[in-house]
Write a protein of this length. Structure first.
Length: 443
C-alpha cells in the first residue's frame, strides 16, 4: 500500500511527495518495501495500490531499482478510502489470478528489519484458516501505536483476544507489563478467508469489488482494523521481535534512529542538551542547554516543537491546507513524471527554476499564454521543439521561448539533463499551461 499522504512528517513529507517516497540513506521507504516484498514473491505477483497522484513517483522509483512499470501491477485510487478498500482491491486481483492465493500486505512507509520475512514465510498454514496480523514485541511503552492482547496459542501465533486503541502513558506502561504487542499493520491474508469474512462484516465493499465496474469515490472510507479485524472471530497474531517503526511521527522516527550518550539524534552540535532530534538539509545546527526538541529544517520550512508532542504536526498541516498554503502540498523541489524542478527564486514578475529531465524522458508539448521562458543548459544535451523547429542545445547554450509558442524539452541521452529556466510575466503559476501531446496522459 503506497497511497498515504504522510501529514505527520511535515515539512519533510508533503501532500504531493509524501514520506513513502523520501530517501532514508540511499533508498526510499517505498523502495525498501518493494524489495521486502521481493523476498516473498516474484515481481509479477506484487500488486501496488497507490493514489493516482503518486503513479509516476512509483514508476520512477521502480525504475531506479532496475524494474519496469509493467513488472508489477499498479492500481491507482482516484481518491483515498483508507486501508480496507485498498487491501480489498489488491486481494480481488490476486483472487482472480489464483483463488487459493495468500498475500502478505505491507505499508510502504514502514521501516523494518528483514529478519521478519522468515517469520512471515512460516505463517502460511495459520493464514489458511485465519486472518493473520503481526504484532511487534514492544521495546518500551509507546503512546503512538495501537496494541494487541494475545489469547490461546495457535501454531506459531495466538488468537487475538482484543485490539486496543493508542493509550496514554499510564495505560501504555500497563500494556507493556501485560505482554501486549504493538499493532504493526502488517498482514497475511488468504483470499479464501479474507472474502469469507468480508462477505459477513462488509458485504457492500465485497460486492463493489466483485462487480465489473468499481465506483471508487462511492466507497466508504474505512480502515481494515475497524472494518474487519476488530469484528471477525478468525483473527490470529504472530509476534515479531524485530526493530520496526511506522514513522507515524517525528517521535517514532527519533525512537528508531541511533542516539548519542545524551539521547540526541541527528547531525548537530550539542552542548548541555539531551533527548533532541535534529534534521537539517543544509544548515549547521547547534543546540545549547535545551531538551526534548524536534528541529526539522528544510530548504523552505523550519519546524521546532516538543519532541513528545510531534503528533500535533498533523493539526498544523490541516490548518495550512485550510488556508490553501502551498507549503503544505509542495516542496521547493517538485517531482514530475519526467524528472523534477526546483524553485530557486521568485517575485511578482519573474521566477527562476532548476529543471532536471531524466534519461529517455520528455515534457509535454505545451504553451503558456502569460509568460515567456529563457532556458540555459547547465549539463547534458537538450532536445528542443520550438514552434515548427527542432534542435539540440549543449551545456552553456540557451534559447528563448516567447509567450503562446508551442515548445517541448526532452532528454534522449543516458545522463540527466539539467537546465536553468527563467520565467518572465505577470502570471507565473503552474496552471498557465496548455498541453497538446504528452507521454504521461495529461492532455
Amino acid at each position: 500500500m503506497a497511497g498515504g499522504s504522510g501529514t505527520r512528517l511535515w515539512p519533510l513529507s508533503r501532500t504531493y511527495y509524501p514520506k513513502q517516497f523520501l530517501k532514508f540513506e540511499d533508498k526510499s521507504l517505498f523502495q525498501l518495501a518493494y524489495l521486502r516484498a521481493l523476498k516473498l514473491s516474484r515481481p509479477e505477483d506484487i500488486v501496488i495500490v497507490t493514489n493516482k497522484e503518486y503513479e509516476y513517483h512509483v514508476i520512477n522509483q521502480l525504475e531506479e531499482l532496475g524494474f519496469h512499470k509493467n513488472n508489477s501491477l499498479i492500481l491507482k485510487e482516484s481518491v483515498g478510502r483508507n486501508t480496507l478498500p485498498a487491501i480489498t482491491w489488491g486481494m480481488q486481483i490476486l483472487s482472480e489470478r489464483d483463488e487459493d492465493s495468500i498475500a502478505a500486505i505491507f505499508s510502504s512507509d514502514h521501516l523494518m528489519e528483514d529478519s521478519a520475512i522468515d517469520e512471515i514465510k512460516k505463517s502460511t498454514k495459520l493464514a489458511s484458516e485465519n486472518l493473520v496480523t503481526f504484532g511487534i514485541v514492544p521495546t518500551h511503552p509507546h503512546t503512538g501505536y495501537g496494541y494487541i492482547s494475545c489469547g490461546e496459542k495457535l501454531l506459531n501465533g495466538y488468537r487475538v483476544k482484543e485490539f486496543k486503541e493508542k493509550p496514554d502513558d499510564k495505560t501504555a506502561e500497563k500494556y507493556l507489563k501485560k505482554g501486549y504487542l504493538w499493532n504493526s499493520g502488517i498482514f497475511l491474508f488468504s483470499s479464501k478467508v479474507f472474502f469469507e469474512e468480508l462477505d459477513i462484516y462488509q458485504p457492500e465493499i465485497s460486492r463493489i469489488f466483485k462487480s465489473q465496474e468499481i465506483d471508487y469515490p462511492s466507497i466508504n472510507s474505512i480502515s481494515v482494523d475497524y472494518g474487519l479485524l476488530e469484528k471477525s472471530k478468525r483473527i490470529a497474531v504472530i509476534p515479531l521481535d524485530v526493530k520496526w517503526s511506522d514513522l507515524g511521527s517525528f517521535k517514532t522516527l527519533y525512537d528508531y534512529m541511533p542516539h548519542d550518550d545524551h539521547g540526541n539524534s541527528g547531525n548537530a552540535k550539542y552542548l548541555g542538551s539531551s533527548d533532541n532530534l535534529v534534521h537539517s538539509e543544509r544548515k549547521f545546527v547547534a543546540l545549547l542547554d535545551v531538551n526534548n526538541l524536534a528541529i526539522i529544517d528544510t530548504s523552505d520550512a523550519l519546524l521546532v516543537c516538543n519532541k513528545n508532542k510531534t503528533e500535533l504536526v498533523k493539526d498544523l498541516t490541516k490548518k495550512l491546507k485550510e488556508q490553501n498554503d502551498p507549503i503544505a502540498d509542495f516542496h521547493l523541489q517538485v517531482h514530475r513524471p519526467w524528472g523534477s524542478y526546483t524553485e530557486l527564486e521568485k517575485n511578482k514578475s519573474y521566477k527562476i527554476k532548476r529543471v532536471t529531465v531524466n534519461p529517455g524522458k520528455k515534457l509535454s508539448l505545451q504553451l503558456h499564454t502569460k509568460r515567456s521562458e529563457h532556458w540555459v543548459v547547465v549539463s547534458g544535451l537538450a532536445d528542443i521543439t520550438l514552434g515548427d523547429k527542432s534542435f539540440q542545445l549543449k551545456s552553456g547554450e540557451s534559447t528563448f521561448v516567447p509567450p503562446k509558442s508551442k515548445h517541448r524539452l526532452g532528454n534522449s541521452q543516458k545522463d540527466i539533463l539539467e537546465i536553468i529556466e527563467v520565467q518572465i510575466g505577470d502570471y507565473l503559476e503552474e496552471d498557465d499551461i496548455v498541453r497538446f501531446d504528452d507521454d504521461f496522459n495529461r492532455v
